[in-house]
Design a binder for this molecule. Structure first.
Ligand SMILES: [Zn+2]
Length: 200
């Protein structure tokens, strides 16, 4: 379920996105799950046609190492799946079923999260060229960001649990040393164009 002040609108990042119609304060819940869409394993998705897989992954998000939640029809009935990625997002996960505003979000601003705090496998097979316009844009999302110390430090405790475990566990099972125990929310405002402003 999305925050009551969030609406779908045309996005300068990609297609449709989600926008705050009134200010949302840092710490407020932006979304709580689960979504209204079904969850599928990789084995099930692999049996679908290429076009069906493509439209599914356009909106689906990874919820575990071998699990994706999204619209089998290719069209979301749950508007939360319209949330776009940003490399400098204004919301992040606090547990698998909650996104919170990690800084104040102004009215008209697009609400985003970092896809690589939830995605790994699907982006590795089909990397995404990023159009977020952020100063810290990683340009290509390949599902491997969680393996880097900088990403681990930045999103410590703000990735989905399956990724958090992968990011903080060494191959021998011991805990990886995290340099910065406190994650830091990106501070730059982006995507402040209002819905309907058109692509840039
Ligand atoms: Zn980016």
């Amino acid at each position: 379920m999305l925050h009551k002040n969030i609406r779908v609108g045309e996005s300068p990042i990609a297609g449709l996105g989600l926008f705050a119609v009134r200010p949302i304060a840092k710490g407020e819940t932006v979304w709580t799950g689960p979504t209204q869409e079904a969850t599928f394993s990789a084995a099930v998705v692999a049996r679908w046609s290429v076009s069906k897989r493509k439209s599914f992954f356009f909106y689906a998000y990874q919820t575990a190492g071998d699990q994706w939640t999204g619209p089998e029809s290719g069209r979301p009935s749950d508007h939360s799946l319209y949330m776009n990625h940003s490399c400098e997002p204004n919301s992040w996960f606090t547990g698998d079923l909650r996104l919170e505003a990690c800084r104040d979000i102004k009215a008209g601003e697009e609400v985003t999260y970092d896809y690589e705090t939830s995605e790994s496998v699907s982006l590795q097979s089909d990397p995404m060229i990023c159009n977020c316009h952020a100063a810290l844009c990683r340009s290509l999302l390949d599902g491997r960001a969680f393996q880097t110390p900088a990403f681990q430090n930045r999103y410590r405790k703000h990735m989905l649990n399956y990724l958090e475990r992968a990011a903080t566990t060494k191959e021998d099972g011991s805990e990886r040393t995290v340099l910065n125990p406190e994650a830091t929310c990106p501070t730059k405002e982006i995507g402040t164009e209002r819905p309907g402003a058109g692509n840039i």
